[in-house]
Design a protein around this ligand. Structure first.
Ligand code: CAA
Length: 695
């Protein structure tokens, strides 16, 4: 039978078997779509009695080819592909292995039957890309599993395993992967009848659940999915498909879809460091952590969760034992443990891989050690000097620091090429982001090890240069300063600023976030820079953190003290505090009242402008890395794509013009002066993607 490079066809005992071959994930690009339609036509021409479609390599198609969304659409359309399978004159079946996602699962649903491998997963994750399943999924899934389950799968975007897929009726049989093709062939030969999709008659059975889902569906894609499922109920397939087609086209043009698709690629690009092969990094068989405080414990838990044996070293046996007990207690407090997903047996097996010690000599065999003691350069250097003597020469030595220089720490060891920064975010076992730091003398091997570590820990990993604040905290600094400066305006309080940021989509306002992190942290940094003392700071530069200094000096350290910018009568629940309003009122300077739009402009443009400086200074590999850092580590809304994508969507010329206006109004604020790179890109009307030409 005919063979295309993307879809191979073979006739086996009268049954046509189509195998898709488009690595890495068999995405349904134009060549695959054409090959599939041609495959069905060939099967018809060869008088096949049935047809099976399967994915070659590791997976059934994982969806449409996302890189094609921004290009003109090439035929055949998804609708034509699905119709070819659904309207074929013989029974068709999908043999599903790996991850059948999006258009891949939709292809399986357009077939009359589905056989699924035991380890496979199926799902419709389009909502995470700001889209809906546009190849018939919104119509065929409700017909297979009912409106409630279909809606839940499409709104969460979460794939499901074989057991659940079978129970819901999404697939016909589940078999071990080795018998998959045979099971699919059996379906088309023994059932031997085409099967049409029924009309969905039930609608939503669980009204409360539907109402809850509706309340959470604020963005365009979830709302459109709801409308499509409504259209599926009680109507013929063709009518529902028409609604779906219109809704899909409308979604493709939304800024949310652009932002989420930008992040999809950004989160994969950030793990790649030019010239460094993370796949070639030395294997990790055993790791160490120095410091059993909050960060050290969280980092040790990341290792345990990845199945790595870890030795945690603290100052003495009592502290080391307390760290081990703390780790055990944290697991037991987790919802996974309470809900039974983490069983006693699994926890015991995890903890068996944890050893504690009071001497770095216990780290002699570790391949990589993360130092996670308190932020003090001399103390960190002392630890590194001891590690230098205790660890094998090939061990990578990493520092978990958020403020100190990796180069300065590396001075403490004989071979600075093996020193790298691994900035985990707190709580380390929960937060997705890992900001690795390459010092001036860090070797490629240590960078590769740190990037491979991120992958092993299933973190979103970004590489930063070694300068104050790295990427994330460096950008946080002017953003925070601007939030503080806003408090000088009449009628602007802590709650107004936070509300504007939350309404924009930030997970937390700046002040609530500061309370969570501890207001004393920023205070300590400002003190070390001589800023908290009016006598030592530059009078020619605006200093808006005086109000934050006064807050800390009044003992309002944040959540841990029960009071900060907010009052915490219950743990973690902020409520406005008149005492803070009184404190803030002492710093008002007669500036006029400003509204939510100005608050956002000022805070976000300060953030973005610093992002351009980070790029100018070579501290990040690409603009999209900044977006990854801020969406994964600082609660920037994913549907805005990150600060740099937000700036591009708004228009770089417009960003520069607004910054110029703000800088003219407040010439004593350096961070508001438009960065050279922003000015150059705006002048040339060039896209951010061309940034390297303008640095
Ligand atoms: N289109 C284009 N490229 C894709 C892709 C897709 N649908 N899915 C994955 N890739 C690419 C990735 O960009 C990556 O490329 P690089 O190696 O160049 O970075 C490569 O394939 C491997 O991907 P991962 O690094 O993510 O590999 P993984 O093994 O960790 O995960 C996966 C595999 C679970 C399939 C994951 O890639 C994934 O979730 N993919 C997206 C699935 C999806 O969203 N499908 C819906 C598409 S939209 C749609 O189908 C619309 C419709 O209704 C018609």
């Amino acid at each position: 039978m005919a063979t295309s490079s993307a879809v191979k066809c073979a006739l086996k005992n009268g049954v046509a078997v189509l195998q898709i071959s488009s690595p890495p994930v068999n995405a349904l690009g134009a060549a695959v779509r054409a090959g599939l339609v041609a495959g069905v036509e060939h099967a018809i021409g060869a008088s096949a009695t049935g047809l099976v479609v399967a994915g070659g390599g590791s997976t059934f198609p994982a969806g449409a080819d996302i890189t094609e969304f921004s290009k003109p659409h090439l035929p055949p359309s998804f609708a034509e592909v699905m119709a070819a399978f659904e309207d074929a004159p013989f029974p068709t079946a999908a043999a599903i292995h790996g991850t059948a996602l999006g258009g891949g699962f939709e292809l399986a649903m357009a077939c009359h039957y589905r056989a699924m491998g035991e380890r496979a997963r199926v799902g419709l994750p389009e909502v995470h890309l700001g889209l809906l399943p546009g190849a018939g999924g919104t119509q065929r899934l409700p017909r297979l599993v009912g409106a409630d389950a279909a809606l839940e799968m499409m709104l969460t975007g979460a794939p499901i395993g074989a057991e659940r897929a079978l129970a819901l009726g999404a697939v016909d049989v589940v078999v071990p992967e080795a018998g998959l093709e045979a099971a699919a062939v059996e379906l088309v030969t023994t059932r031997a009848a085409r099967r049409a999709h029924a009309v969905v008659v039930d609608g939503f059975r669980d009204a409360a659940k539907r109402a809850a889902l509706e309340a959470r569906a604020a963005l365009p894609a979830p709302r459109a999915i709801l409308r499509c499922v409504d259209a599926a109920v009680g109507s013929e397939l063709a009518a529902g498909l028409e609604v779906e087609g219109r809704e899909f086209q409308a979604l493709k043009a939304t800024p949310e879809a652009r932002a989420l698709q930008h992040l999809f690629f950004a989160e994969r690009a950030c793990a790649k460091v030019p010239g460094v092969d993370a796949k070639g990094a030395a294997p990790l068989d055993a790791v160490g952590v120095v410091g059993g405080g909050t960060m050290g414990r969280g980092i040790a838990m990341c290792f345990l969760d990845a199945g790595l044996p870890v030795t945690l070293v603290d100052v003495d046996d009592t502290a080391a034992a307390a760290a081990a007990a703390g780790i055990d207690a944290t697991y037991r407090r987790s919802s996974a443990f309470k809900k039974g997903r983490l069983t006693e047996a699994v926890l015991a097996a995890k903890l068996e891989k944890l050893a504690v010690a009071s001497d770095v000599a216990a780290l002699a065999d570790a391949d990589l050690v993360v130092e996670a003691i308190y932020e003090d350069l001399d103390a960190k250097r002392a630890v590194f000097a001891r590690l230098d003597g205790a660890c094998k020469p090939t061990a990578v030595l990493a520092s978990n620091t958020s403020t100190l220089s990796i180069d300065a720490i590396a001075d403490a060891v004989a071979d600075p090429t093996r020193v790298v920064g691994t900035h985990f975010f707190s709580p380390a076992n929960v937060m997705k982001l890992l900001e690795n730091v390459r010092g001036a003398r860090t070797g490629d091997g240590a960078v590769a090890a740190a990037m491979a570590l991120g992958k092993r820990l299933r973190k979103t990993t970004v590489l930063a240069g070694d300068a104050f604040g790295f990427i994330g905290n460096r950008m946080l600094e002017p953003y925070g300063r601007e939030c503080l400066a806003l408090l000088r305006h009449r009628d602007v309080g802590v709650s107004n600023v936070d509300a504007a940021l939350r309404d924009f989509g930030m997970a937390m306002g700046f002040f609530a976030m500061s309370d969570l992190a501890g207001n004393d942290i920023g205070y300590a940094v400002r003190t070390s820079l001589g800023l908290t003392d009016a006598a030592t700071r530059d009078p020619a530069v605006e200093y808006s953190a005086d109000v934050a200094d006064a807050l800390v000096e009044a003992g309002r350290l944040g959540q841990k003290a029960g009071k900060g910018w907010y009052l915490y009568e219950q743990p973690r629940v902020p409520s406005p505090d008149p005492a803070v309003d009184a404190l803030v009122s002492q710093f008002k300077d007669g500036s006029p009242s400003v509204g939510a739009e100005d608050i956002l402009d000022r805070a976000l443009l300060a953030l973005v402008n610093e992002g351009f400086r980070v790029l100018e200074e070579g501290l990040a590999l690409r603009p999209s890395d900044l977006d990854v850092v801020w969406t994964s580590g600082y609660g920037f809304p994913r549907h805005k794509g990150g600060p740099m994508q937000w700036a591009e969507e708004r228009g770089l010329r417009e960003c520069r013009a607004t910054l110029e206006r703000l800088a003219a109004e407040r010439p004593d604020v350096p961070y508001l002066r438009p960065a050279k790179l922003l000015v150059a890109l705006a002048d040339a009307d060039a896209p951010l993607a061309d940034w390297e030409k303008y640095v």
